[in-house]
Design a protein around this ligand. Structure first.
Ligand code: ADP
Ligand code: MG
Length: 344
């Protein structure tokens, strides 16, 4: 069996970060939440901002990690159905997760945790579960098994949660807030594939955010396209980020709650882009996962419904890069071999 982990490969890379003659930015790199994160501030109290951002992601990791036995998520997962005082912050994130599940026809579901563990994605002991095993586990999947009351929550016995598809997005919202509090108007943070780009580069031009070419996942300089962003979040979910292969078949980490198996939606990656309104980091993260599960047609219909304000870049298995028309002036095609389409 071959194993692959893309934890340290940010799906999005920011390019062209220094300008001649400009003040050196303050930058900090940390490993947290199972990924490499970089915080860079060009103005304001930059040193304080990046240092506080580092502490913030560690605080969130201690609160939200499913593998840290002391975390609120672990306490909830091991409470055997009892109610746990998880606190206001965790409750509002759980409510956000519930809202995104409902909005996306349950393609986003934090209660897939036991299913994800059955595939070995938690421990890296990868295996392909039997259909009967998945069906049994799916009985405990669904947001109906989660109850949130005030600052407490409980899970039905047998249900467990994993905030891996939303926690880094939430962390990016918290980091953006810390940057603002420290007067950082121009800077960026990359939390794995979750990017927030504030203001602009020192020469006033937009930040350049590369979308990883999923076909060349081990080359961090291979892009399917490039986005030019100011004051925006961009979050990518892709099947190339974490997967294993068995008997020539690839099994990746984004699961379809309808089947309990890796989503086979015809997509290789989904990038969700939205403005820097507070909360949009969380939204982009939840939606990038959900829309990956949905596949191209459903994802575009969801976008057209206007339920949320965002734009999309889809990289498809059949070699297309599909962008929604709000990115027409922002996106440039990069990778060879992709046909680019703009949809409205
Ligand atoms: P990444 O964390 O790799 O950037 P995502 O944001 O798409 O990518 O989150 C994927 C993680 O979320 C998985 O590793 C798993 O823990 C969990 N997960 C998998 N499928 C789903 C799903 N359909 N809804 C919610 N969480 C999911
Ligand atoms: Mg996500």
């Amino acid at each position: 069996m071959r194993r692959f982990t893309g934890c340290f490969l940010a799906a999005l890379l920011l390019l062209g970060l220094t300008a001649c003659g400009a003040k050196e930015p303050e930058s900090l790199q940390v490993i947290a939440m199972d990924t490499s994160m970089t915080f860079t501030a060009y103005d304001g109290e930059g040193e304080e901002a990046v240092s506080a951002a580092g502490q913030e992601v560690r605080r969130l990791e201690r609160l939200l990690s499913k593998t840290d036995k002391e975390s609120m998520v672990s306490r909830l997962n091991t409470a055997g159905g009892e109610r746990v005082a998880v606190g206001e912050e965790v409750c509002s994130l759980l409510k956000a997760a519930e809202t995104y599940s409902r909005a996306t026809d349950d393609t986003f579901d934090i209660t897939l945790s036991p299913v994800s563990s059955a595939w070995g994605f938690t421990t890296d002991s990868f295996r392909v579960p039997e259909r009967a095993e998945l069906d049994a586990l799916l009985k405990n999947v669904g947001m109906g098994h989660v109850s949130i009351q005030g600052d407490t929550a409980s899970l039905d016995a047998g249900t467990q949660i994993d905030l891996g598809a939303i926690a880094k997005g939430y962390a990016s919202d918290c980091v953006a807030e810390i940057f603002r509090e420290n007067g950082v108007a121009n800077g960026w943070a990359a939390l794995g594939g979750n990017v927030v780009a504030l203001g602009s580069r020192p020469d006033g031009s937009p930040w350049r955010v590369g979308i990883q070419d999923p076909q060349k996942a081990d080359d961090p300089n291979a892009f399917a396209g490039m986005l030019q962003l100011k004051d925006a979040y961009a979050v990518t979910s892709g099947s190339y980020q974490r997967f294993f292969e068995e008997n020539g078949k690839r099994y990746h980490h984004i699961l379809d709650p309808a089947t309990g198996a890796p989503a086979e939606s015809g997509l290789l990656s989904v990038t969700v882009v939205a403005d820097d309104t507070a909360g949009n980091g969380t939204m982009c993260d939840a939606l990038s996962t959900a829309l990956f599960v949905m596949g191209e047609e459903r994802a575009l219909n969801f976008w057209r419904s206007g339920a949320y304000d965002f734009q999309l870049v889809l990289v498809t298995q059949d070699g297309r890069v599909v962008i929604t028309d709000g990115l027409a002036d922002t996106f440039t095609s990069e990778g060879d071999g992709y046909v680019c389409e703009t949809v409205s």
